[in-house]
Design a protein around this ligand. Sequence first.
Ligand code: ADP
Ligand code: ADP
Length: 228
Amino acid sequence: APLLSVQGVTLRYRTKDHLITATYRVSFDVYRSDRFVIVGPSGCGKSTLLKAVGGYLPTVEGQIRLNNQEIARPGPDRVMVFQEFDQLLPWKTVKENVVFALTASGRLERKAAEEKAMHYIDKVNLSGFADSLPHTLSGGMKQRVAIARGMAMEPEILLMDEPFAALDALTRAKMQEELLQLWEDTRFTVLFVTHSIPEAVRIGSRILLLSPHPGQVRAELNSDGIDA
Ligand code: ADP
Ligand code: ADP
């Protein structure tokens, strides 16, 4: 059975006078240890899909199931890594950023959290920077910390939203390579979103190409705010 099953999912945003259909009847299955990539042009609904898998958006139609349980809200079984470099707490060291993520949920004691944090910081080759503050690191290094933090939480699936998009081309290529090595080592399940087809081909074990225009892109709302 798939780890994650997305079946016939439609997602919408409601603005003042429109319903915007961000994804229309999208289906895909992610199996354990897949490197599943969703690729498509800007605005095709990639981030929206990832947010829904994260549990941050309700589905209008269709179902999202993880381990055969319908996803209702965010949970530690799905951890997100974003594009931005500022997803780390700037006043905490690399190690403390990871430790904080592990202890905040109350699931781990400090000692165990520290050990786990160092294990994953080492996996992204940053053990020499465990006591550094984020602003002293390069963009690529910050993203590696964010990946280490995500992996340390040992989610069922790591959700990566354009994690390398803000990096220069050379660093980006290095990070793709490093992610693949990390995957060889750990076989974690990853759902990765990108607008770059070369990146999708490089990273993905399976690839879903989303069309730029979902069906029913816009529905006018009448004066009562109801789908007209
Ligand atoms: P992608 O990640 O592929 O670039 P998004 O999921 O961000 O695409 O956006 C899909 C569609 O939903 C776009 O048409 C976008 O303009 C729209 N959209 C995204 N976020 C919002 C929002 N908060 N409110 C209204 N429309 C939104
Ligand atoms: P960018 O600045 O392009 O994001 P990188 O993340 O590749 O670049 O790293 C920038 C600098 O930091 C490079 O000079 C690199 O040698 C150094 N660096 C990166 N990771 C490590 C590491 N694990 N150990 C030592 N130095 C590192």
